[in-house]
Design a protein around this ligand. Structure first.
Ligand SMILES: NC(=O)c1ccc[n+]([C@@H]2O[C@H](COP(=O)([O-])OP(=O)(O)OC[C@H]3O[C@@H](n4cnc5c(N)ncnc54)[C@H](O)[C@@H]3O)[C@@H](O)[C@H]2O)c1
Length: 379
């Protein structure tokens, strides 16, 4: 029995189908045949993912396309640089890319963010499809139209909103994913669940062992629920002017940690795990019920975070205030206010936040009962 699911994300230019399940690739082949037929198709893929999955994705496309040009990029965050974007633009121009050429990204969120950005800008935009191969990219990065690259000092500093023609999230692609990558993806699921879908949170709590063992059916279910939750919020606020900013829960600190570690320390999802713990600390100092904080802390601990390598409070603080989520009036925090509910909070006294950050860095995994209550935050 096929578990194929189709979730449509509507946006200003139409709608993007997200195909989820164990047969998503076959379904996509049928649906997208006319899209790539007789066209030049650029396949943007990292070395490792090409080795694992390149042939099985390339072959059916090559049978119908005029040609498939494989463009390899580094694995991981190192793909999201101006140098790589430039290399791709030039390679596509050199290979005779035209406005009606197609681009397909095959890889994690890094490859998807870079490839989407390059597709959205080459010749002022060519059509593209995302085939996410990590849990994080399937549940989050491939959905919603955000693409971009990093600057050394600022994550996701340059990019654009541009939607793919389709997203193909086939859970079989996750079968080769190393366990730490699965764990990293689960932190983004927890983020979405705690803000938007409490029953999803329960499901992750109950099924964690199966999910970490890579059970494709359960993973598909988690992906479909997360995509549906994200799709709803993206549809209401496509340009992240309001409600969509909630999805940045944990990201102000996460992006600062990543930049401070030169994008070579924690995985993005892990940085988000730490970022959520800090957001819950701030929320508790502002009066949030510790029971919810304890529940999330327990789940994050079960998923498992690697140690947070020493990062200086000054550097983090500077990186956070540079973050693009900051506004003229200072930092805007996404704070949980209850299960299934978050709020954007600005105007928190910076010295109080800094004091909590200092405490956090001394013992980032401390249990909520040991979190500092002072200084109390007025939020
Ligand atoms: N655009 C968005 O809305 C959005 C949302 C969330 C995150 N992101 C971005 O996504 C990026 C993180 O993405 P990620 O967590 O997917 O990491 P990633 O793309 O860096 O990939 C992680 C590692 O997994 C490997 N890999 C990928 N698929 C594999 C597979 N099937 N089998 C074996 N190995 C595989 C890659 O080679 C890489 O080494 C960050 O840059 C983050 O900013 C973007």
């Amino acid at each position: 029995v096929s578990d194929l699911r189709r979730i449509d994300v509507t946006h200003e230019l139409g709608s993007t189908p997200v195909l989820v399940g164990e047969e998503a690739l076959e379904a996509a082949q049928l649906e997208l045949g006319p899209w790539w037929r007789d066209r030049t198709v650029f396949l943007v893929v990292s070395h490792e993912v090409d080795r694992l999955h390149g042939d099985s994705v390339r072959q059916p496309i090559a049978a119908e396309a005029a040609r498939v040009v494989t463009l390899k990029v580094p694995d991981g965050e190192g793909a999201k640089t101006m140098v790589e974007a430039d290399r791709l633009w030039q390679a596509m121009a050199f290979a005779g890319g035209k406005r009606d050429s197609r681009l397909i990204t095959l890889g994690g969120g890094s490859v998807g963010d870079l490839g989407g950005f390059v597709a959205g800008t080459f010749l002022r935009g060519i059509e593209f499809v995302q085939i996410p191969t990590t849990l994080l990219a399937q549940v989050d990065a491939s959905v919603g139209g955000k693409t971009g690259i990093d600057l050394p000092s600022m994550k996701n500093a340059v990019g654009l909103f541009v939607h793919p023609e389709a997203v193909v999230a086939d859970s079989r692609l996750l079968s080769t994913l190393p366990e730490p990558e699965l764990r990293a993806g689960l932190f983004e699921v927890v983020k979405m669940a705690v803000l938007l879908d409490p029953p999803l949170l329960e499901r992750v709590e109950e099924e964690l062992a199966h999910l970490l063992a890579g059970d494709p059916v359960r993973l598909s279910e988690i992906v479909a629920r997360s995509v549906a939750a994200k799709a709803r919020i993206v549809e209401r606020d496509p340009r992240e002017r309001d409600e969509r900013r909630l999805l940045n829960l944990g990201h102000t600190l996460a992006h600062a940690i990543e930049a401070q570690q030169g994008y070579s320390g924690l995985r993005h999802g892990e940085a988000v795990g730490y970022g959520m713990l800090f957001a819950f600390r701030l929320a508790c100092a502002g009066g949030l019920d510790r029971e919810l904080a304890s529940r999330i802390h327990r789940l994050i601990a079960r998923i498992g975070l690697p140690p947070l390598r020493a990062v200086a409070v000054d550097g983090l603080w500077e990186a956070m205030t540079r973050d693009k989520k900051a506004r003229q009036g200072g930092l805007v925090w996404v704070l949980p206010v209850g299960l299934g509910e978050g709020r954007m909070v600005s105007g928190i006294d910076p010295s109080a936040v800094r004091s909590h950050l200092q405490d956090f860095l001394e013992d980032p995994l401390a249990r909520p009962e040991n979190w500092a209550v002072e200084p109390e935050l007025r939020i």
